[in-house]
Design a protein around this ligand. Structure first.
Ligand SMILES: NC(=O)c1ccc[n+]([C@@H]2O[C@H](COP(=O)([O-])OP(=O)(O)OC[C@H]3O[C@@H](n4cnc5c(N)ncnc54)[C@H](O)[C@@H]3O)[C@@H](O)[C@H]2O)c1
Length: 402
């Protein structure tokens, strides 16, 4: 039981998976707007870190907000499921990765909810927020309503970008997949506290909306990466073409730069959608092959240009994208693996990532013959070196022709 009683707050929210990249920012923001929030997480080290005031990953502004809500006693983390007993609202946002066969596990969220049953009750609102395989919400409803027939259940997907979650949670419209008016109104009250607009859909529409959102981005990145490869093969700098196309031309303003399209969401959500239609998704599958093939293409270009077998190559940035410390599904590690097969030595560095295999930037630059940007962290935009730098994002502003 949290020290501030439910009477003084907007209600007690338990966020299941509340120590994660999505669950923790959401917990903090809800605590900040007046809810009593408990982050329930099965990872004991994560819970200990959070309760000691440390955010386990990079999230802009989160450490300050964490210390505020800890001080105000409107937030705490725990691994004890008994925290659910007096909750008014239960939000489930555990991870939903695909397996080694790129298959989603449609049972993981259902089983996680079933494990909570001894601590739930009919009057609670259950908000599913993980990105799920379509049909999971309905399955959760079925098993939950067998025990708690009156429990309201909604599916409200998370759409923040890591690192900017605190800001985006107060800006992005929230999709609320609800079966009835009452369930919608209760979920709507949560998000209205964040002063954002809401959109009502069915749970099934909301499930697809989330997958389509991520697949749309993934396909756009694949298009850019294929354009980059084509341009390269013609000896043309894709960045010159892209900036010419998008300059004061709104219909192409969203044409992305080249870059590794990776991370814990876009790839696996494209594979979830593909699994939904029994892999009959040529567009998504092609996007996966293009994006996942980007490091291989890069290495092949470098083999044509350099005698890699006599060279030490340094990778700058191992996170899956710029300015975060998250290495989940990072293509920089795939690049490292491919280069290790071709080069004398491969070195890795990243100022944000805590990994004993990485070395400081200065050492890496001093020891390498060739540098490759693996993640476009802002600090790489002004690199102090005369050594060749391969940069497919153009963070260094030297173009992307290899
Ligand atoms: N990371 C993102 O930027 C992002 C953005 C939008 C949506 N999503 C989706 O949100 C979901 C969560 O992603 P994430 O990146 O926060 O994952 P994460 O791995 O960072 O966090 C999940 C947390 O859940 C905890 N957990 C796992 N099983 C649990 C259980 N049964 N009970 C309690 N805690 C449990 C883990 O210890 C972990 O701390 C996924 O479905 C993901 O696709 C992620």
């Amino acid at each position: 039981m949290n020290p501030i009683s439910n009477m003084e707050s907007k209600g007690h929210v338990v966020v299941v998976g509340g120590g994660g990249h999505v669950g923790l920012p959401l917990s903090l923001v809800l605590a900040d707007v007046g809810f009593q929030v408990t982050a329930f997480d099965t990872s004991i080290p994560t819970v200990e870190k959070i309760n000691s005031g440390v955010i386990p990953f990079t999230e802009h502004g989160a450490e300050e907000l964490l210390s505020e809500v800890l001080r105000a006693k409107s937030f705490r983390a725990t691994s004890d499921p008994k925290c659910l007993i007096d909750a008014n609202i239960v939000i489930v946002v555990i991870g939903t990765p695909v397996d080694e066969h790129l298959s989603p596990d449609p049972n993981s969220v259902v089983q996680a909810v079933e494990a909570l049953f001894p601590f739930l009750n009919n009057s609670q609102l259950l908000v599913l927020r993980s990105t799920v395989f379509p049909g999971v919400s309905s399955r959760v409803e079925k098993v939950t309503h067998e025990i708690y027939p009156d429990m309201e259940i909604v599916y409200c997907p998370e759409r923040i970008v890591e690192g900017q979650a605190l800001q985006e949670l107060r800006e992005l419209p929230q999709i609320i997949g609800a079966r009835n008016e009452n369930a919608f109104n209760r979920a709507n009250d949560i998000f209205k506290s964040l002063s954002v607009s809401t959109i009502r859909t069915t749970p099934e529409e909301a499930e697809l909306a989330k997958l389509f959102t991520n697949v749309w981005r993934y396909v756009k990145f694949a298009t850019a990466n294929q354009f980059w490869m084509m341009s390269n093969d013609l000896g043309i700098d894709y960045e010159n073409v892209r900036s010419a196309i998008s300059y004061e031309y709104p219909r192409a303003a969203d044409l992305p730069r080249a870059g590794f399209a990776a991370g814990p969401c876009l790839f696996k959500d494209t594979m979830q959608l593909s699994a939904l239609v029994q892999q009959n998704f040529p567009l998504g599958n092609s996007a996966m092959m293009i994006n996942e093939g980007t490091p291989g293409y890069l290495v092949n270009r470098l083999v044509q240009k350099y005698d890699l077998s006599n060279m030490t190559v340094g990778i700058l940035g191992m996170a899956f994208k710029g300015n975060v410390d998250d290495t989940r599904s990072s293509l920089a590690f795939k690049l490292k693996k491919l280069l290790a097969f071709k080069c004398k030595e491969v070195l890795m560095s990243d100022p944000l990532v805590n990994d004993s295999r990485l070395i400081p930037l200065e050492d890496l630059i001093a020891r390498s013959d060739l540098l490759i940007i693996g993640a476009p962290h802002s600090e790489y935009s002004n690199l102090a070196t005369h050594k060749p730098v391969v940069d497919i994002w153009n963070i260094t502003g030297q173009g992307v022709l290899i």
